[in-house]
Design a protein. Structure first.
Length: 232
């Protein structure tokens, strides 16, 4: 409970004080006390205390709140601070993950970067826009215009823009938790994505080479069949 002095009356060599106490359940109790100090009361208390009354201590004053069942409970400031310290902070996963998990994120984020960069710069679905960019990067008069359209024909250059967009969406940081984490993650993500594209390009060439060999063998078989029919 906390008490406030409502009024203070001087009667000869004694004082009559009226105070109010606030209980933990929200109720209040008013009472009157008469006392006689050994020395003048003004020497004991500052003028501000005599006029406004004793201030309530913020550390011991309870704060009333209502629980789920509608009952009034009390909670001191120290209890609130200790409870707030126990609450988990809402941080991004990249700020609390270890190095191994950061590397796993790096390898996973490199897949969409490589997929987008390769599709725009090589696949048939973007053939017409890519041909227009190729003409502009050769025939454009302005140096800036030529370099701008060249970015959409080179998978390595275009992967930088894709990596920046992925980092902006994922908020991924590598090794550091400040702006340096974004910088390191940016170049590392570009490198990983280009490694994926190199591996895919190599596999694609091997697959095409096998398909060409298979078609050549099929043509040889067809030629032998025609020769056998002629001979028969």
């Amino acid at each position: 409970m906390a008490a406030d002095i409502v009024s203070l009356e001087h009667r000869g060599d004694s004082y009559n004080a009226k105070s109010v106490e606030v209980c933990t359940d929200g109720s209040s109790i008013a009472y009157e006390v008469m006392f006689k100090p050994r020395q003048p009361f003004a020497a004991l208390c500052p003028p501000k205390l005599l006029l406004a009354g004793a201030p309530r201590s913020p550390k011991t004053r309870p704060e009333n709140k209502t629980d789920d069942q509608g009952q009034v409970t009390s909670e001191s400031r120290n209890q609130r601070e200790s409870r707030n310290q126990r609450l988990p902070l809402r941080e991004h996963p990249s700020s609390i993950m270890g190095l191994g998990l950061q590397v796993a994120w790096l390898l996973m984020l490199g897949i969409p970067v490589a997929c987008i960069a390769w599709t725009v710069t090589h696949e048939e679905v973007f053939r017409e826009p890519r041909q227009y960019c190729q003409r502009e990067c050769v025939e454009a008069r302005s140096w800036v215009r030529r370099k701008f359209f060249y970015l959409f024909t080179c998978e390595y250059c275009f992967s930088h823009y894709v990596a920046a967009g992925v980092l902006w969406v994922a908020r991924y940081k590598l090794l550091y938790q400040d702006w340096r984490g974004y910088l390191v993650a940016f170049f590392a993500l570009v490198w990983v994505a280009n490694q994926y594209m190199s591996i895919y390009n190599r596999l694609r060439l091997d697959i095409k080479h096998e398909q060409v060999e298979i078609k050549a063998d099929e043509q040889k078989v067809d030629i032998h069949k025609v020769d056998d029919r002629k001979a028969a």
